[in-house]
Design a protein around this ligand. Structure first.
Ligand SMILES: Nc1ncnc2c1ncn2[C@@H]1O[C@H](COP(=O)(O)OP(=O)(O)O)[C@@H](O)[C@H]1O
Ligand SMILES: [Mg+2]
Length: 420
C-alpha cells in the first residue's frame, strides 16, 4: 500500500497575520506503518522553515514504523523543495542512524538534531553566531530561554522506539530563521516525547485537558519530575525553567506558542490563552517569535531577579488557594471498574463527598480504568452535591479520564440539577 502526504501550496503557521497550527498539523497521519509513503513537495511554494522542520520528526517516526519514504520535489527545485535542501534536511536518514551526525545545512537556516550534550552545545553555538550582532544582554537573555527549552526537550522529551530489538532514540529538533526585513527571529524546539500532560501526571493528579497541563507547567516550581517543589529543599531549581522563560518572553514583547497533544497555549505580553486544537502534536513543540528592535535597556540579571520576586508573591497566593485544596476521587479505587452499586455511591456521597464540599474543597473525579458507571449510580453520587453547589458545580467538580458515555451522563446530570 502507498500513501501520499501532500504538502499544500502554503505550509505555514501564519495565516493572514494569525497563527493556525491545525493547518500544519493536519497533514500528519501518525498511524501509518509498513508501507511506502511519498512526501510530495511539488506544489508547495510558500512554506515556513519551522513548519517544514516538523516534517523531519514525522519522517523519523514513519521510518521507525517500518515505512519507506520517497520524495517528490518540485520540477524547478523551488519553494519547499529548496528550503528542505537549504536546511540540510535531506540528510534525515544519516542523522537518525548516526548519533554523531547532524544536519549539514546552510548556516543561515540552521536545523539541528538534539540528542545529547554535544548537540546542545552545537545548538547554542549556532545561536551565538546568529545573534552576535545583537545587543549583548539580548543575546544572553535569548540564550537563557533557548537553553531551558533545550534542557526540557532533552530531559522530558525523548522518544525511544524499539524496532527489530534495536532501540532508537528519535532526536528533538531546533530550527531558527532570521527574517531580516522584519527584524524578527523565529525558532521552534520540537520533540515526539510523552508530552507535557503525561509528564506532569507522573507527579500531579490528572489534568482535564492538554491545555490545562501546559498552563500548569508554566507555573513557578511546577515540575513533572519532582511535583510541587518544597522551596526549602529546592532541587536544582526544578520547575522554574518555563516560568522564567515565559515571563522573559512577555517582557521582550515576544510571542511563544506551546503545543502538546491537542493543547495550545499562547503566551504574549498581554495574555496567556488556551485554545484546544482539532489536530494533535504527539509530543511537545514550542514556537517563539521575537522582535529584535526591543532589546534596548535590557539587563538579564535584573530581569531575572524581578521575575523571581514576582514568583514568590504568586507562590504565596497559590499557597493560600491551596489550603482549600482538592479532594481527588479515584472511582476505580473506591468502586472498582464497574461502578454500579448505587448504595455504595450514596454512602460515599454522605460520608466523604458532601463534607468535602462543605469545607470548600474542589472535587476531581478520576474515571481512569472505569469501564462503566450507569446513570443511576452517577446520579446517586452527584445530584445532591450539584444541587448544593448550583452553577458553581461547573467550576468545583471536575471529571477526568472518563469514557465518553460517562462524560455525557455527567453533563446531563449537571444540566438537570443546575437549571431552574
Ligand atoms: N518537552 C517536554 N516534554 C514533556 N514535558 C515537558 C516538556 N517541557 C516541559 N515539560 C513539563 O513541564 C515541566 C516544567 O518544566 P520546567 O519549568 O522547565 O521545569 P523542570 O524542567 O525543572 O521540571 C516539566 O517538569 C515537565 O513536566
Ligand atoms: Mg526545565
Amino acid at each position: 500500500m502507498n500513501t501520499i502526504i501532500k504538502i499544500p501550496n502554503k505550509f505555514s503557521f501564519n495565516d493572514h497575520g494569525t497563527y493556525n497550527f491545525d493547518r500544519v498539523l493536519n497533514i500528519f497521519n501518525w498511524t501509518l506503518e509498513k508501507q511506502t509513503v511519498l512526501i510530495d513537495f511539488s506544489s508547495c511554494f510558500r512554506a515556513n522553515y519551522q513548519a517544514l522542520s516538523l516534517l523531519t520528526l514525522y519522517i523519523w517516526h514513519l521510518r521507525l514504523n517500518n515505512c519507506f519514504i520517497e520524495f517528490q520535489y518540485s520540477y524547478n527545485m523551488e519553494g519547499a523543495t529548496k528550503m528542505w535542501q537549504l536546511m540540510g534536511a535531506k540528510g534525515w536518514h544519516h542523522v537518525l542512524k548516526n548519533n554523531n551526525t547532524n544536519f549539514n545545512g546552510n548556516e543561515y537556516k540552521p536545523l539541528i538534531a538534539v540528542r545529547h550534550q554535544k548537540d546542545f552545545a552545537i545548538a547554542l553555538s549556532k545561536t551565538e553566531s546568529y545573534t552576535q550582532d545583537f545587543n549583548v544582554e539580548y543575546e544572553k537573555t535569548l540564550r537563557y530561554v533557548i537553553s531551558e527549552l533545550l534542557y526540557n526537550t532533552l530531559e522530558h522529551g525523548p522518544r525511544i522506539v524499539c524496532q527489530d530489538r534495536r532501540h532508537t532514540k528519535i532526536p528533538s529538533i531546533i530550527q531558527f530563521t532570521w527574517y531580516k526585513n522584519k527584524r524578527q527571529l523565529q525558532f521552534i524546539v520540537a520533540d515526539l516525547g510523552m508530552g507535557i500532560k503525561s509528564h506532569l501526571e507522573q507527579a500531579y493528579p490528572p489534568f482535564e485537558s492538554h491545555g490545562e497541563a501546559i498552563l500548569e507547567s508554566l507555573k513557578y516550581q511546577v515540575s513533572g519530575t519532582f511535583g510541587r517543589v518544597d522551596p526549602y529543599k529546592s532541587k536544582d531549581n526544578a520547575g522554574v525553567g518555563l516560568y522564567i522563560s515565559s515571563n522573559i518572553i512577555r517582557r521582550l514583547n515576544a510571542d511563544m506558542h506551546v503545543v502538546s497533544g491537542d493543547g495550545l497555549v499562547h503566551i504574549s505580553p498581554t495574555d496567556t490563552t488556551i485554545t484546544p486544537l482539532q489536530e494533535i502534536w504527539p509530543g511537545t513543540l514550542v514556537l517563539v517569535s521575537l522582535n529584535l528592535d526591543l532589546g534596548e535597556g535590557l539587563n538579564l540579571h535584573s530581569l531575572m531577579s524581578e521575575i523571581r520576586s514576582s514568583a514568590s508573591k504568586e507562590l504565596k497566593e497559590a499557597d493560600q488557594a491551596d489550603e482549600k485544596e482538592t479532594f481527588i476521587i479515584s472511582v476505580l479505587n473506591f468502586f472498582g471498574p464497574y461502578a454500579e452499586n448505587k448504595q455504595e455511591a450514596i454512602s460515599f456521597r454522605d460520608s466523604r463527598l458532601l463534607p468535602s464540599i462543605e469545607e470548600g474543597k474542589s472535587i476531581l473525579i478520576d474515571f481512569q480504568g472505569v469501564a462503566s458507571a450507569p446513570h443511576s449510580f452517577l446520579s446517586a453520587l452527584l445530584a445532591t452535591p450539584i444541587k448544593r453547589l448550583g452553577m458553581q458545580s461547573y467550576k468545583r467538580i471536575k471529571v477526568v479520564n472518563s469514557e465518553p458515555e460517562i462524560r455525557e451522563t455527567i453533563d446531563y446530570i449537571l444540566d438537570d440539577n443546575t437549571s431552574a
